[in-house]
Design a protein. Structure first.
Ligand SMILES: Cc1cc2nc3c(=O)[nH]c(=O)nc-3n(C[C@H](O)[C@H](O)[C@H](O)COP(=O)(O)OP(=O)(O)OC[C@H]3O[C@@H](n4cnc5c(N)ncnc54)[C@H](O)[C@@H]3O)c2cc1C
Length: 330
């Protein structure tokens, strides 16, 4: 069950804004890879011990449940509407001479990189509330990224926020934004990249309400079951597992949860369930346009073409499609 009819490769979305046709490969209809499953496109709003309640009022019974609602993505339900959204974001970028990006986490930095590389003539300003970019990585990665953005003429303002409620409009369509430090920024448009909230608010009135930690994440045990629940698993960004929130780790969790589900469904011994080995890895790659990237790896942090070769050309879209066994026509 998913509230959208398609799977979207999250780290490919910023490329889709500068090249909307790219999104045609990174937005994948669920029915094209879930060929032998029943798919329900709807919003889950409540859980009982044996049913999930959907927003349109229907209930779906379950014996076992896996919750993987990750982050709240307020995007259209249909693939065609999402593709149109990419088209209009692209037109907004093309029509602007100056662009303000609010937020210096992975989304803001990757968007700045995409625009700076594809549209080098545009004036880009990036405002970030933290004192360094990409705070989920170490200071070396932040510094290298800052230098890279500056070398592409992106103006970066750290330790400031922008009040988007108070924006002045000029007659030519340009806007005047004010930061918390009292600085003003002229830009034709802005993109808000301050990160999506966890999609766990729907759980707050459910039987799992006391299984949420103070950050709204589901507390799981070593077998990835929600603590104290025999038949409910949780995986991915929604969990309280103390490791980086990355898609490659969510996939590792998915395979452990799948093994444990198979065992339980076959009536196997619970004590034989697989334990999830938490990753201590802080490896992550943030793309910077089509060729470069900044990579934090086990022994080193590097920026430029070499990490770019790993991620930036295709943003793992080909790899993901191959894993989902999709042919090149979908
Ligand atoms: C800019 C950026 C770059 C990244 N780059 C990388 C990278 O290079 N490598 C990497 O491994 N990770 C990367 N990540 C992290 C990665 O995207 C996440 O860790 C991963 O998407 C988590 O997957 P998930 O399935 O837990 O949650 P999500 O991807 O957030 O998916 C949750 C799904 O649940 C659906 N949903 C939510 N609530 C409901 C509901 N109530 N009912 C029905 N459906 C619901 C949503 O529509 C969504 O489809 C990046 C993240 C960002 C923002």
């Amino acid at each position: 069950m998913n509230r959208k009819e398609y799977f979207e490769i999250p780290w490919a979305s910023l490329r889709g804004m500068v090249e909307p046709t790219f999104a045609e490969r990174s937005l994948i209809q669920h029915k094209h890879y879930l060929t032998s499953s029943r798919l329900i496109v709807s919003n889950a709003i409540d859980i009982s011990d044996s049913e999930i309640l959907l927003s349109e009022g229907r209930s779906i019974p379950y014996n076992y449940l896996v919750i993987a609602t990750g982050h709240d993505d307020q995007v259209p339900k249909t693939r065609s509407e999402r593709l149109k959204q990419y088209q209009s974001e692209n037109e907004k970028i093309k029509a602007a001479e100056s662009i303000l990006i609010v937020g210096g986490g992975p989304t803001g930095v990757e968007l700045a990189g995409e625009i700076a590389v594809d549209f080098p003539e545009k004036k880009i300003t990036l405002v970030h509330s933290g004192y360094r970019l990409l705070e989920f990585l170490g200071p070396k990665a932040s510094k290298k990224t800052l230098d890279w953005l500056k070398s592409r003429h992106v103006e970066v303002k750290l330790d400031q926020t922008v009040n988007l409620e108070d924006v002045a409009d000029f007659s030519n369509g340009t806007k005047l934004y004010t930061t918390s430090a009292g600085e003003t920024i002229k830009a034709d448009c802005h993109f808000l990249c301050t990160g999506k909230p966890l999609a766990s608010s729907w759980l707050k009135g459910t039987i799992l309400k006391d299984r949420l930690d103070e950050l709204g994440r589901l507390i799981v045990d070593e077998n990835l079951r929600v603590r104290g629940r025999k038949n409910i698993f949780a995986i991915g960004d929604i969990t309280n597992i103390k490791e980086m929130k990355q898609g490659y780790l969510a996939k590792k969790q998915a395979s452990v949860a799948a093994k444990n589900l198979q065992l339980l469904i076959r009536g196997g011994d619970e004590s034989k369930m697989t334990t999830y080995k938490m990753s201590s890895s802080h490896n992550a790659i943030v793309s910077l346009g089509r060729h470069d990237a900044v990579a934090q790896l086990h022994l080193t942090t590097m920026i430029g073409l070499i990490p770019g070769l790993i991620k930036s050309k295709d943003l793992f879209v080909g790899k993901t499609r191959k894993e989902l066994d999709l042919d090149s026509r979908d």
